[in-house]
Design a protein around this ligand. Structure first.
Ligand SMILES: [Cu+2]
Length: 131
């Protein structure tokens, strides 16, 4: 077991690493599971609704988290799109992300739990269709 004081120090460093090397999938140390769903399906250019469900190791909803989304495309030279998720029911968070171009996107999910712990998760949204 790693003492929690070390995790508290390591978490911000890990966050910085993820932001820099954003193709690495994240491994959670918190036991929090994150399920996601994106609509419409298939995804098209324009506003997409991203729904995230957070549950703890006992499968209870994780409430009171603050979630910021950052959408990036796989090519260089395009500025990211940002969205803040709202908790629509306990443990369920929803955001509208404006996918402004057809192609492959990834959505970096910055999660701050009620206790201050930060998590990162990257979601691939490939093949967004032109309207
Ligand atoms: Cu683009």
């Amino acid at each position: 077991m790693i003492p929690s004081s070390i995790l508290a120090v390591a978490a911000p460093l890990f966050l910085a690493f993820v932001v820099t090397a954003c193709n690495k999938p994240t491994e959670e140390s918190s036991g929090v599971t994150i399920e996601h769903e994106i609509t419409p399906h298939p995804v098209r250019v324009g506003p997409a609704t991203l729904t995230l469900r957070l549950a703890d190791a006992r499968r209870q909803p994780v409430t009171g988290a603050s979630i910021m989304l950052e959408g990036n495309m796989s090519h260089a030279g395009m500025s990211p799109v940002f969205a803040q998720a709202k908790e629509t029911e306990p443990g369920r968070y929803q955001a509208i992300v404006d996918l402004s171009m057809a192609g492959d996107w990834n959505i970096l999910t910055h999660i701050t739990l009620a206790g201050g712990q930060k998590l990162e998760r990257q979601l691939d949204v490939k093949g967004v269709r032109a309207n």
